[in-house]
Design a binder for this molecule. Structure first.
Ligand SMILES: [Zn+2]
Length: 282
C-alpha cells in the first residue's frame, strides 16, 4: 500500500498546503480520500492524473474536503474517463447532479464541448469518438459504518463527531496486504474512531488545535490536541501517527516541533507532521 499526502492543510489558502486529500494505491486501484481545494494540482504534481483515480471516497462534505470535486471529474473526463466510482455521504448525489446534470453548473460548458463542431474535431484529433458522452460519475451515498470491498483491499468506516447534524462525517480504515491505514477525517475523539484505529500501522489524524488553545471550550472538545491524539493512539496500539489538517498559524518550525513534542509525550510509536506530496509505503 502506497499513500501520498496530497493536501494536508485546512480551509485557509496556504501556499505550502492544499486542503484535504490523500491518495492510497493498492495494486491497480488508486483510491482518493477527499478532494479539497488544490488536491487536483497536487495529484498531477505527484505524477498521477485525474483519470488514474479509480475510487473517490468523501469523509464529509465540508468544502475543504470536496472543493476540487468538480475539477477532478471534469479533468478525468477530458482525459477520456467518463465514469468514476464516487462514494460519500448525502447529498453527494445531488451535488454531482448540480455540477454535471442536464441543468447543472457545467451544463453550458459540456454542451459546448460536445456539440460545437470545432470542439468535436479537437476531440476526434485527440483520439476520441462521437457522440461524446458527458461525465457520469457512479455515485453511491453511504452512512457511517458502510464497508467497501476492493480488489485486494477493504475500506471500513465509522461516524466521526465533527459537524453534525449539518454534515454526516466519517473516519476510514483501509486494510491491504496485511497492513492498515486509518484516516480520521475531521473528528473529535470518540470510542468508535478509537475502535476503528485499533492496531493500525499508520494513523493520519486531523489536528486543528494546539494544547494551549483551550479558551473556546466547544472547539477544544471537538478538536483533540496533539497530546490527546497521542493518548488515544497509544491506547489503540498504533505504530505511527501523522497529524494533518495543519493551520497556517501553527505551520512554523516552532509550531510543528511543539506539536510533535506534545504528541510524543503520550505516544511511544513514531510520529510525523504530514506534508503535501510526501509518500509512505506500508
Ligand atoms: Zn470538516
Amino acid at each position: 500500500m502506497k499513500i501520498t499526502f496530497l493536501g494536508t492543510g485546512s480551509p485557509e489558502s496556504h501556499a505550502r498546503r492544499a486542503s484535504s486529500g490523500y491518495l492510497v494505491e493498492v495494486g491497480n486501484d488508486r483510491i482518493l480520500l477527499d478532494c479539497g481545494g488544490g488536491v487536483v494540482s497536487r495529484l498531477i504534481e505527484s505524477g498521477r492524473l485525474p483519470s488514474d483515480i479509480t475510487h473517490l471516497f468523501f469523509t464529509h462534505l465540508h468544502t475543504d474536503h470536496m472543493m476540487d470535486y468538480g475539477r477532478l471529474i471534469h479533468a478525468a473526463w477530458d482525459e477520456g474517463l467518463v465514469s468514476m466510482q464516487v462514494t460519500g455521504p448525502a447529498p453527494i448525489a445531488s451535488v454531482t447532479e448540480k455540477l454535471f446534470g442536464e441543468d447543472g453548473v457545467f451544463s453550458t460548458d459540456l454542451r459546448a464541448r460536445t456539440e460545437n463542431q470545432g470542439s468535436q474535431e479537437v476531440w476526434l484529433a485527440r483520439g476520441g469518438t462521437l457522440p461524446r458522452a458527458w461525465p457520469l460519475p457512479k455515485v453511491t451515498e453511504v452512512e457511517p459504518g458502510f464497508t467497501f470491498e476492493g480488489y485486494g483491499w477493504k475500506l471500513t468506516s465509522c461516524s466521526a463527531p465533527h459537524a453534525q447534524p449539518w454534515l454526516t462525517c466519517m473516519a476510514f480504515r483501509i486494510e491491504a496486504e496485511g497492513k492498515s491505514f486509518v484516516y480520521s477525517g475531521d473528528s473529535a475523539l470518540c470510542p468508535e474512531v478509537e475502535a476503528l484505529t485499533q492496531g493500525a500501522d499508520v494513523l493520519l489524524h486531523w489536528c486543528y488545535r494546539m494544547k494551549e488553545e483551550t479558551s473556546n471550550t466547544f472547539i477544544a472538545s471537538m478538536s483533540p490536541s496533539p497530546d490527546q491524539i497521542g493518548e488515544m493512539a497509544e491506547r489503540a496500539g498504533v505504530k505511527k501517527v501523522f497529524i494533518t489538517h495543519i493551520r497556517k498559524k501553527t505551520d512554523t518550525e516552532a509550531g510543528r516541533t511543539e506539536a510533535l513534542v506534545d504528541l510524543k509525550s503520550k505516544f511511544t510509536g513514531e510520529v510525523g507532521v504530514a506534508e503535501d506530496l510526501t509518500t509512505i509505503r506500508l
